[in-house]
Design a protein around this ligand. Structure first.
Ligand code: SF4
Length: 195
């Protein structure tokens, strides 16, 4: 059991890292003139996994701040997803497109507390960890389909996620050491909400 008061400084530091991510994303989006607004693919329907305790606790904090009725609705949808579709998808190694339980009527109700990938997805970026992988070149991720439609012809804006990832993993390490957390996390939003 993690003490909420002791957790708070870590979540404040995470907030700052997330603000830096938001700023970098905004800078890139503005360079391209990219508008992420109600596309049909909607990345809130993508089954992303989240891998840090920090994101886990931050999302839980966001859930606890919701009005009771909204929280109930989100929790109900998360239970349906976590117990049926997601388990099937895990066993069949498929990635179904199902709306995230935190998205109600097209709006993320925990927007301020959303995980990292929800902040970075969509715009081309790169990262590189030669110390870990032994490969001395950046991994490049292309943008989403809507990005390709709007901005494919534009030159690449260097969006290097590496310093942001390093900050996040450094803070995660501190958190795990502080609270003696050992297990690894690989969870969807639905699984975090229902755990
Ligand atoms: S947490 Fe929010 S932004 Fe992320 S997938 Fe769910 S609804 Fe979308």
């Amino acid at each position: 059991m993690v003490n909420e008061q002791a957790l708070e400084p870590f979540l404040e530091s995470l907030k700052k890292i997330f603000e830096a991510m938001n700023a970098k994303y905004d800078e890139a989006a503005s360079f391209y003139g990219f508008q992420c607004d109600g596309c049909d693919e909607n990345c809130c329907k993508t089954l992303f996994y989240h891998h840090t305790h920090l994101e886990f606790f931050y999302l839980k904090k966001g859930m606890n701040r919701l009005p009771p009725e909204t929280k109930k609705q989100v929790f109900k949808r998360a239970v349906e997803m976590a117990t049926e579709a997601i388990q099937n998808a895990d066993s069949e190694k498929e990635h179904p497109r199902i709306m995230c339980p935190a998205n109600l009527k097209g709006r993320c109700v925990i927007y301020e507390y959303r995980p990292m990938i929800c902040r970075l997805h969509g715009i081309p970026s790169e990262w590189s960890f030669p110390q870990k992988t032994g490969v001395n070149r950046a991994v490049i991720s292309s943008g989403c389909e809507e990005f390709s439609r709007q901005c494919n012809k534009k030159e690449y804006f260097k969006f290097d996620r590496t310093p942001l990832y390093l900050k996040l993993s450094g803070l995660e390490k501190q958190l795990k050491e502080h609270f003696g957390l050992e297990k690894k996390i690989k969870m969807t939003v639905a699984q975090i909400i229902t755990s």
